[in-house]
Design a protein around this ligand. Structure first.
Ligand SMILES: Cc1cc2nc3c(=O)[nH]c(=O)nc-3n(C[C@H](O)[C@H](O)[C@H](O)COP(=O)(O)OP(=O)(O)OC[C@H]3O[C@@H](n4cnc5c(N)ncnc54)[C@H](O)[C@@H]3O)c2cc1C
Length: 461
């Protein structure tokens, strides 16, 4: 049974990620930090992660007056998972199919994976069209099997996905020596290659946020929303909600919850549906063997078991970023300890485990052989919003007219939100679900939450 947490607001003293540490001069980082909130706004978006910021941007693109849109953020701008992830936009080509199919059926499972491919292409086009300086690099990624168990499960997932009509024409397969050579992982038993991207997620989201503000949009940071009530006044029939913050109350027509792991604080009915889970990422400066011409030019997931893996991201500047799940056997914490809203801590043991993987990629015997400045650079954590059925929640919130949600991205938001947030903006603008092109199983419904809460999907990210 998964531990249930009391809902929480984002906690104040979170770790700074590599992305945060390299963008401290972003001018809107602490926008309106001490100012009282506006008395009213037409659209109020809670959360300045990629969900909130892109929903706001897309609303403005569709014709909404930017001055009518206010983003409220509990901490500094982009301080949630969007500013502290592993920088990977890595569509799942087939691996997660059986898990999704168990919950949502084969057709929806296929659509979930197809959606991730669309997201990668959408981000690629968006970055190119707007010439965004966010270290975006379209490259190859590999699912690397390091045990027979993983060889077997990947092959079964691929077969099941194909049987459901899934397209794998973009996936290349290597085994034995070819897998070792392509991936540069000496222990690789087999590997599946597909397209992905590396990027600086902080710079990407900050660009969108800045563009929204330049167009007239508003941002209030360090300003948690603590409560919501129905607005009662005969003078302003269009205003529906009173949104409470420590710096005043905002009356609004439309509330959009882009609060990911924290959604249940304002929507208690999600308390058992969205579970917070801390995840750790570590950045590394490569030594000679993995730098210069030999720097890593592809990304990977190194899989030991379904629930034990390391994600490996290769940045444009040659640095390597490793994330992982941190299961009971691989960390100094039990998996129960990882169910938390606390992103102020990181684990030395997880950093050590990632260092071992990194040294394996460099073929270095141990950290002692590295120069000062090489090896582990930084470790940070963030909170993932895990949903009971493995799919995000998008759409209108039943029973709360004028309230909408885009949340619960299960550690895969960079591969999901670039269709979900634009889809939500369409729904808010009165278009239909069909117009969003999203899998139907993403749609918010009370019935979905009730049904899923007692049979959680097992996460393998
Ligand atoms: C360590 C880590 C590594 C990851 N690696 C990857 C990866 O490599 N690839 C990938 O695809 N995905 C990855 N993810 C997942 C991805 O980062 C998320 O799915 C995505 O960023 C979610 O975006 P979001 O905007 O929905 O949520 P967030 O970015 O979490 O934004 C939610 C915002 O809401 C604010 N907020 C919450 N409650 C309130 C409130 N009451 N009042 C005001 N503000 C509030 C929060 O402070 C936060 O800024 C990772 C996540 C983590 C934590």
């Amino acid at each position: 049974m998964t531990k249930t947490m009391q809902p929480s607001l984002p906690q104040p003293s979170s770790t700074l990620s590599l992305w945060h540490r390299t963008t401290r001069s972003f001018p809107h980082l602490h926008a309106n930090r001490l100012a009282p909130v506006p008395a009213s706004t037409k659209y109020l978006i809670i959360g300045s992660g990629i969900s909130g910021v892109l929903t706001a941007w897309k609303l403005v693109e569709s014709g909404v007056n930017a001055e009518d849109v206010l983003i409220i953020e509990a901490r500094e701008a982009v301080s949630g998972a969007s500013g502290r992830n592993a920088g990977h936009i890595r569509p799942d080509s087939f691996r997660g199919f059986p898990g999704y199919a168990k919950f949502h059926g084969p057709e929806q499972a296929r659509k979930i994976l197809e959606n991730e491919r669309v997201v990668l292409e959408n981000v690629r086009k968006f970055v190119k069209e707007h010439k965004i300086d966010c270290d975006f690099n379209y490259m190859r990624t590999f699912e690397v099997a390091l045990t027979d168990e993983v060889v077997d499960s990947l092959s079964k997932s691929m077969a099941a996905f194909k049987a459901a009509g899934g397209d794998v024409s973009h996936v290349k397969y290597y085994e034995g020596e070819a897998a070792k050579k392509e991936t540069r992982v000496p222990e690789a038993l087999c590997a599946y290659e597909s397209p992905a991207a590396s990027n600086h997620p902080g710079k990407l989201v900050q660009w969108i946020l800045n563009d929204f503000i330049v167009k007239g949009g508003k941002l209030w940071t360090h300003c948690p929303v603590t409560k919501m009530d129905r607005f009662r006044s005969d003078n302003s029939p269009s205003l529906r909600w009173e949104v409470h913050t420590p710096r005043g109350v905002i009356a609004t027509e439309t509330v959009v919850h882009c609060t990911n792991a924290y959604a249940a604080y304002l929507l208690p009915e999600l308390g058992k549906f969205i579970t917070p889970r801390r995840s750790q990422v570590n950045s590394f400066v490569p030594p000679l063997s993995l730098s210069g011409e030999d720097s890593l030019k592809h990304t990977m997931a190194l899989r030991y078991r379904a629930d034990h893996f390391f994600s490996v991201n290769a940045l444009n500047n040659g640095m390597v970023v490793l994330g992982g799940t941190g299961t009971r056997s691989s960390s100094d914490m039990t998996s129960e300890d990882l169910i938390t809203f606390d992103d102020s801590k990181y684990s030395d043991r997880l950093a050590h485990n990632s260092t071992k993987e990194f040294l394996g990629l460099c073929h270095e015997p141990d950290s002692a052989s590295l120069r000062h400045g090489e090896g582990l650079d930084h470790a940070w954590t963030g909170i993932i919003g895990m949903t009971a059925d493995g799919a995000p929640l998008v759409g209108p919130i039943e029973g709360l007219d004028g309230q909408w949600i885009c949340a619960g991205f299960n550690g895969h938001g960079m591969a999901g939100i670039f269709t979900c947030a634009p889809g939500l903006a369409k729904l808010i603008s009165d278009l239909s679900w069909q117009d969003t092109g999203l899998p139907e199983c993403f749609q918010f419904s009370t019935e979905r939450i009730r049904r899923s809460t007692n049979q959680r999907v097992k996460s393998t990210l």
